[in-house]
Design a protein around this ligand. Structure first.
Ligand SMILES: Nc1ncnc2c1ncn2[C@@H]1O[C@H](COP(=O)(O)OP(=O)(O)O)[C@@H](O)[C@H]1O
Ligand SMILES: [Mg+2]
Length: 368
């Protein structure tokens, strides 16, 4: 039952607009992530939902209930923070059963819940350990267990994996997702790590400077970014500068630097004559040796080759001096060498045409 709805929510701190007119619907039982660079307002948005701070404008609903004036303890939420916010003087067991006990559940019920959630986070054998005897990953599991034990159907997680090293982080993210799905919880997960958000989420809201730029499944965001920022922040994109020389039907013809003409169909509202950026993912290019005639073909030279294991990464200087990055699987397909002349081409339907940002590309995609 706990879907979460925000309607035109704004939160300011003095002159800083931390959350800027945000409207959002997070569905019941959904694993939802707020993703964006540091300082974009993710934590503020989460704290608004938790009731730790109040909005200046707008409404927040949990289920059917308008909660603007409801204190945090009456919102029925569990909270997991980035830092391991456990009681240091209590054992794992006491940390986990603290919630049910202060809620006034009878002792036996509190204990049943405690056993269940410790089983769930696979730390049952460590119930007598104190936090300083546990690893970071274990402490964060206890923190999750404690939030789950409180019995809330809405779980808020603020960079819960941020302090852990890569291997533990990758394991724990799947575990957290699995637990929320097993318990049929709604989870709202804050992170600045796009690969984490992509791996764990049903849907993601990408935030920048207090605003939500796009909401979608990981696949939707990757395949169809609606802005330059999202095309850059989710995965990787090459951006080529040019002008719209013609639009005919669904096809936009773009003149790149050096008079190179190419075509694209995903036009994000640009008009004839306008300055644009063409966004192309590194893996969608075809690379062929030598000079070839083809649609959307551009001649270039391999400037750098980086073997990355699964993939090889080529930096290619196009004949108009633009530099692009192309990624190809290592073990299937042809290899190319440094200095080699190649023709690169890309499918019309997989490139995106955006209006050139007023502030310039560098500023538009900056994350600080
Ligand atoms: N309590 C506060 N007082 C003043 N400014 C704040 C406060 N909390 C957050 N901010 C500011 O609001 C903006 C958003 O912060 P935050 O929500 O913490 O971002 P994120 O979690 O995405 O890194 C930042 O500019 C931050 O400095
Ligand atoms: Mg934060």
């Amino acid at each position: 039952m706990p879907d979460v709805r925000l309607v035109n929510v704004t939160k300011k701190f003095g002159k800083i607009v931390a959350v800027d007119n945000v409207s959002l619907h997070i569905y019941d039982k959904e694993y939802f992530s707020l993703l964006g660079p540091s300082g974009c307002g993710k934590t503020t948005l989460l704290r608004l939902i938790a009731g730790l701070i109040q909005p200046d404008e707008g409404e927040i609903y949990i289920g059917d209930r308008l909660v603007n004036d409801v204190p945090p303890e009456d919102r029925d939420i569990g909270f997991v923070f980035q830092t391991f916010a456990l009681f240091p003087h209590m054992t794992a067991w006491n940390n986990v059963t603290y919630g049910p006990r202060v809620k006034g559940f009878d002792v036996r019920k509190a204990e049943t819940i405690g056993h269940e959630v410790l089983e769930m986070v696979r730390l049952h054998e460590r119930l007598d350990a104190f936090p300083n005897e546990l690893s970071g990953g274990m402490m964060q599991r206890i923190a999750v267990a404690r939030a789950l034990a409180a019995g809330a159907k809405l779980l808020l997680l603020d960079e819960p994996l941020g302090q852990l090293d890569a291997k533990v982080r990758n394991e724990l993210r799947y575990e957290i997702r699995r637990m929320t799905k097993d318990l049929e919880l709604t989870a709202i997960h804050v992170t600045h790590d796009q690969s984490e958000a992509m791996a764990i989420s049903d849907r993601i809201a990408v935030m920048k400077k207090g605003k939500i730029l796009q909401v979608g499944t990981p696949q939707e965001l990757y395949i169809n970014p609606q802005s330059i920022f999202v095309a850059h922040f989710i995965g990787e994109s090459n951006f080529l500068e040019g002008y719209v020389s013609n639009i005919s039907g669904k096809t936009t013809i773009i003149e790149l630097r050096g008079g190179i003409k190419v075509q694209a169909v995903n036009n994000k509202g640009v008009k004839g004559g306008e300055k644009v950026l063409l966004a192309i993912r590194p893996e969608i290019f075809t690379v062929e040796k030598g000079k070839k005639e083809d649609k959307n073909a551009i001649l270039g030279r391999i400037e750098r080759v980086t073997f990355e294991g699964t993939n090889v990464r080529y930096e290619i200087r196009l004949k108009n001096q633009d530099l692009i990055v192309i990624v190809k699987p290592s073990l299937t397909g042809e290899w190319f060498n440094m200095g080699e002349e190649v023709t690169v081409s890309f499918p019309t339907e997989k490139a995106h045409v955006f209006k050139y940002p007023d502030v310039g590309l560098k500023e538009e995609i900056a994350v600080e």
